[in-house]
Ligand binder design. Structure first.
Ligand code: UDP
Length: 538
């Protein structure tokens, strides 16, 4: 940090002059507050007002210039959680001339990434809302290299997993509280504000019950690029690791317990003839957790944030998620969605306790640990009698909390049987080379030729060339889909063909215009784009 101060001294007069003359300059990407990230020069922050400040001068830039729409509801989301009203970013505007009357600005020389963490004490939130989005926001802008300074503005302390955030850049991240110690008016020489949501796969149920995001844009490849980076930074070493396959049981030690964990571990080891080990956040360093998970054949755990660690599993591994009594696994799928992202190549199994007598409830605990003693008697009775928690919004539904914080005695026979149904052979990482799903290009040089026989019959011969990229690929099966549409009609006749030409005669009329659409299909489900439509007249 002494380096920071000396730099500040060297540049101070020039920086101050630039701020006064040029003011703040902002250019953003994104069309709405939910997909916007802004790049600033000379964005300032008043630690007394706890507000960002935009200084206007003749040279300042504000794009987009939204006018009062900047408050409807905000300029942008500061966290990766979409449109959450506690996570909005905005600034206050002032003329640069006002600087004369303000505290002397302290300049931040590092390129800054300014964001909110959403819930830094919960591992799922840490990875899904913060680490992955920060990592890929940094990939989006070349200025954001390993010398980036992260600023966490949500106002929390370091939180339980600060060590993970520290891996993302070489500079110590700064928290909102710490800014006060730097000065009354901070000015970021160059900064980016906001987080990319492109890697997030889950919405937590603030406006509709929780579930996978509607438009998931991330695949296993990007997840693994991130985990590879994290593993390098964590110095995860595989020296002295067993070369045999093994199963990991990720246990919770405080609540939502597996009551017969020892029995479960023995049973898994016996059933799959594999070494089985237990890990927990409380008893292992992060580096150890990652090392053990990244080589495991199977990860077994109660539903809970620790399961986000399946993003470190090797391809081909199996995730077994255990759900307490009355919790429908279909309604809570952050880890299922992760495991089944395209290219994650994980097998996913959900097991639910169906036997009430195998469950231990905690009605007398505080509400946030599932207690229901604060509710009226009728409501308590209803919850206790209910056999399934109805779908609900986040985050304080007492019936959900009551059920999700149950401890469970696992019915070993039902669990092993369920795993056996899905994992036919010995579970284990796929070591085969990854044959990824690459899509065909357009077919080329499409042509048609018509011939008319008499007044009622006609034929249409259509031919085309293979997509250009096919000659560089090994593809198991290449097919073509051809749609024939009579001009002006809404319907069309679809054909799936194996060759590059075909003569159509069914339902082809003479003296008619047809539109012919052709696309290539690799391996049954990789659909390419349609080539430019071909107009054929019989
Ligand atoms: N946690 C844990 N062991 C426990 C209980 C919780 O490691 O016995 C972790 C959990 O993985 C999460 C955080 O503590 O990172 C908060 O847990 P909580 O039950 O609030 O959230 P959930 O796991 O249901 O998302």
């Amino acid at each position: 940090q002494s380096q920071e101060l000396s730099q500040v001294r060297i540049d101070y007069h020039a920086a101050l002059q630039a701020l006064v003359e040029d003011g703040t300059r902002m250019v953003c990407t994104g069309r709405m507050h939910t997909d916007r990230i802004c790049r600033f020069e000379s964005l300032c922050y008043s630690t007394e007002a706890e507000e960002f400040v935009f200084f206007h001068s003749n040279a300042s830039i504000m794009l987009p210039n939204l006018g009062s729409r900047r408050f409807q509801p905000a300029l942008l989301d500061l966290s990766s959680v979409e449109d959450h009203n506690t996570q909005y970013f905005n600034f206050v505007e002032l003329p640069a001339a006002a600087l004369k009357f303000m505290p002397k600005p302290v300049f931040v020389p590092d390129v800054a990434l300014i964001v909110n963490r959403f819930n830094p004490d919960n591992l799922m939130h840490v990875f899904h809302d913060d680490l992955l989005p920060i990592f890929y926001t940094m990939q989006q802008f070349p200025d954001l290299d390993l010398e980036t300074r992260l600023f966490f503005m949500e106002g929390w302390g370091e939180g339980l997993h600060f060590e993970l955030y520290k891996l993302l850049s070489n500079k110590q991240p700064l928290l909102r509280e710490q800014l006060k110690t730097l000065g009354r008016l901070l000015c970021f020489t160059k900064s980016y504000v906001g987080l990319s949501k492109i890697t997030t796969w889950y919405q937590y149920g603030f406006v509709q019950p929780q579930g996978p995001k509607a438009n998931i844009l991330v695949s296993g490849n990007e997840i693994r690029q991130f985990t590879k980076f994290m593993m390098e930074k964590l110095n995860v070493s595989f020296e002295g690791m067993p070369s045999e396959d093994y199963i990991v049981v990720f246990s919770r030690t405080i609540n939502r317990l597996i009551l017969n964990e020892a029995e479960l571990i023995l049973a898994l080891a016996q059933e799959f003839q594999m070494k089985t080990i237990t890990i927990s956040i409380e008893d292992h360093t992060f580096s150890d957790l990652v090392r053990l998970i990244s080589n495991a054949s199977m990860l077994v755990s109660m539903h809970g944030a620790q399961l986000v660690m399946s993003l470190f599993l090797p391809r081909g591994a199996t995730v077994v998620e255990l759900f307490p009594y009355a919790i429908n696994p279909e309604h809570y799928t952050p880890y299922k969605t992760l495991a089944t992202l395209p290219g994650m190549d994980l097998q996913y199994i959900a097991w639910q306790n169906m036997e009430k007598e195998n469950s231990v409830t905690y009605p007398d605990r505080p509400w946030d640990q599932g207690g229901i003693a604060h509710l009226d008697k009728g409501e308590q009775d209803r919850i206790i009698k209910s056999t399934e928690v109805p779908r609900h919004l986040c985050c304080r539904n007492p019936e959900w909390l009551f059920r999700i914080y149950q401890d469970t005695k696992i019915n070993i026979a039902s669990l092993t049987q369920l795993i056996r149904q899905t994992v036919k052979t010995k579970p284990g990482p796929k070591r085969q080379k990854w044959t990824s799903g690459l899509y065909p290009g357009k077919v080329r040089d499409a042509k048609c030729q018509a011939s008319v026989q008499g007044t009622s019959e006609a034929k249409l011969s259509v031919s085309w060339q293979i997509p250009w990229n096919l000659k560089y690929l090994k593809v198991r099966e290449v097919k073509y889909e051809v749609w024939i549409q009579e001009q002006g009609e809404n319907t069309y006749m679809p054909y799936i063909l194996s060759h590059q030409n075909h003569t159509f005669s069914d339902n082809i009329k003479p003296f008619t215009n047809y539109l012919v659409w052709i696309r290539c299909i690799f391996n049954k489900n990789l659909l390419g784009p349609f080539a430019d439509v071909l107009l054929c007249s019989t």
